[in-house]
Design a protein around this ligand. Structure first.
Ligand code: HPA
Length: 249
């Protein structure tokens, strides 16, 4: 089985794993993935904003990234998202398993099924994140005494600008727990592709208007977070598969 880690802000490599770059040609464009070596040869890594964080959320080639995973035969994905906290289910510096998303992006192509030659399919989104991987992550986190909220709703804005306090107030009324700019697009495409994806959010700030300050977590803390998360990812990604709805038609 092959697996991948999809990383975002502050997550540009995997601690302790040497990688080689591999270029994957897709019908949506070229994707450079990092592939593990030796013991980790079946592990891949994509940095969604590019290795030097130059691709803004609305310009990420989501379809190429997800198609590259499919072409490489990758079945499982551990996705990591930096978010801003709306409720205190995941306050800054903490983590949560994402259980639902709300998509308020505009103008992004967020499907592989555009009609015509690409076909038309309405993929169920009742369970957007892989239940099996979620359970495995929760168990691995518990075992380590690692605090991880077991559910939460991610609202995906278009960015790259941050939200206004009025928008955040509205998103809170929608039922969102935290806000990011990439998660819904990526998850929807992965589900369409039948990939088992679980997502962990880590909060780096209070969303606009929630607290007086828009203070961000330091790079050092982000680095420590990343290392704990990747340790859990490596444990769960190659574990024996259990039941989930990821391939429901
Ligand atoms: N808003 C949107 N995306 C984010 C935020 C935020 O406050 N923090 C991290 N990603």
């Amino acid at each position: 089985m092959k697996a991948a880690i999809l990383g975002g802000t502050g997550v540009y490599s995997i601690e302790g794993i040497s990688t080689v770059d591999e270029n994957v040609e897709t019908e949506y464009g070229l994707v450079t993935v990092k592939k593990g070596t030796g013991k980790w040869k079946d592990l891949y890594f994509i940095s969604r904003h590019g290795l030097d964080h130059t691709i803004p959320p609305h310009k990420i080639n989501y379809r190429a990234n997800i198609r590259a995973l499919t072409l490489l035969g990758i079945e499982r994905v551990f996705a990591i998202y930096a978010v801003g906290s709306i409720t205190d289910i995941v306050p800054p510096g903490r983590f949560g398993l994402v259980s639902q998303f709300i998509d308020v992006t505009q103008g992004r192509i967020n499907t592989f099924y555009e009609g015509g030659k690409s076909g038309l399919k309405h993929t169920p989104m009742d369970e957007p994140y892989c239940a099996d991987l979620r359970l495995k992550i929760l168990t691995a986190a518990k075992k380590r005494g690692f605090p991880l909220a077991d559910s939460g709703t991610y609202i995906c804005t278009n960015g790259p600008r941050f939200e206004t306090p009025a928008e955040i107030k509205m998103y809170k009324m929608f039922g969102a727990d935290y806000v990011g700019m990439t998660g819904a697009t990526e998850t929807a495409l992965a589900r369409e592709a039948g990939i088992h994806l679980a997502a962990v959010s880590y909060s780096i700030n209070w969303a606009a208007g929630i607290k007086d300050d828009l203070e961000f977590i330091s790079d050092k803390e982000i680095e420590e977070t990343k290392n704990k998360l990747t340790e859990i990812a490596l444990e769960v990604l190659f574990d024996k598969p259990g039941a989930c709805q990821c391939n429901a038609e």
